[in-house]
Design a protein around this ligand. Sequence first.
Ligand SMILES: Cc1cc2nc3c(=O)[nH]c(=O)nc-3n(C[C@H](O)[C@H](O)[C@H](O)COP(=O)(O)OP(=O)(O)OC[C@H]3O[C@@H](n4cnc5c(N)ncnc54)[C@H](O)[C@@H]3O)c2cc1C
Ligand code: SF4
Length: 316
Amino acid sequence: MKSFTYERPNTPAEAAAAVARTPNAKFIAGGTNLLDLMKLQIETPTHLVDVNGLNLDKVEATPEGGLRIGALVRNTDLAADPRVWKDYGVLSRALLAGASGQLRNKATTAGNLLQRTRCPYFYDTAQACNKRQPGSGCSALDGVSRSLAVIGSSETCIATHPGDMAVAMRVLDATVETVDAKGGERRIPIAEFHRLPGDRSEVDTTLKLGELITAVTLPKPVAGTHIYRKVRDRASYAYALVSVAAILGKDGSGHVAFGGVAHKPWRVEAAEADLPHGAKAVTAKAFAGAKPTEDNAYKLKLAERTLAAALNQARA
Ligand SMILES: Cc1cc2nc3c(=O)[nH]c(=O)nc-3n(C[C@H](O)[C@H](O)[C@H](O)COP(=O)(O)OP(=O)(O)OC[C@H]3O[C@@H](n4cnc5c(N)ncnc54)[C@H](O)[C@@H]3O)c2cc1C
Ligand code: SF4
């Protein structure tokens, strides 16, 4: 067992400062991802900064007519919040499609955004993985890549962002709010929060060292049918092979983001104008430049069919 120290700060700025000043320190929230990674010694923090006491567990209305979701709001509570259920149905549905009831009771909004990939080679410490150990290589490139990315990948990594919630937040144009060690605040549009792997696949997001997520803000609700469709190997307790988060009018116009296909939730706004022309037209644009492997080329057709099913659902 690797030993580590632990502290429970009282304010967000104290928490950010604690992580910034201690080499290899990590925040811990629900622990449902971090503790698993620590048990496998994939993450080996020397110091844990517990953010559970920071009073960031409320969902509040914003003056702009939206919602501000505290970083510590549990996935179960967020999915069941009557305002989210009524006005941001795509988010409720995405959350309820994730993990299991027990996990959602612990998992937090910030932790969910920052969960790490489920690439099987990332979890197997006997295999080369640039994300786990930069410069070691990528076993997935010549390995089994059925669940991995079809677009936006690089020569060093073809992993996907595995989450459901972030895909809904992408279609809702959410903003991530942070505080840093000096108390400075930042608002990061969700489109710029997760990054593509490039030649630094170990870096999942644009957060800086010690930067703490305090909240996620949603703009005022967008009218339309809110749909989250997730295609997976089992009916529950499984990650998306492909998912579609959509807000659609009866004529098919609206907004759409895809999950399970890239290192970040995948949304191409320019493709949305084609929604009334059907799924094929949209996915042709949204996945232009895709580089699937032999194992995962099926995802392109699956994305088209999943979107077609969402469009049919909205028309009905
Ligand atoms: C068996 C299983 C099945 C699952 N299935 C799904 C699924 O189908 N869909 C899905 O979306 N998810 C799924 N998950 C993942 C689950 O949703 C995540 O583990 C959970 O959301 C992480 O939240 P947490 O609060 O427990 O994060 P933690 O494990 O506490 O932290 C995760 C990361 O976030 C960082 N962090 C936490 N809070 C902050 C903060 N405020 N600011 C900055 N950094 C922070 C931590 O340092 C850590 O790096 C599954 C998990 C398991 C174990
Ligand atoms: S795809 Fe990424 S996470 Fe998977 S083995 Fe390659 S470098 Fe590691």
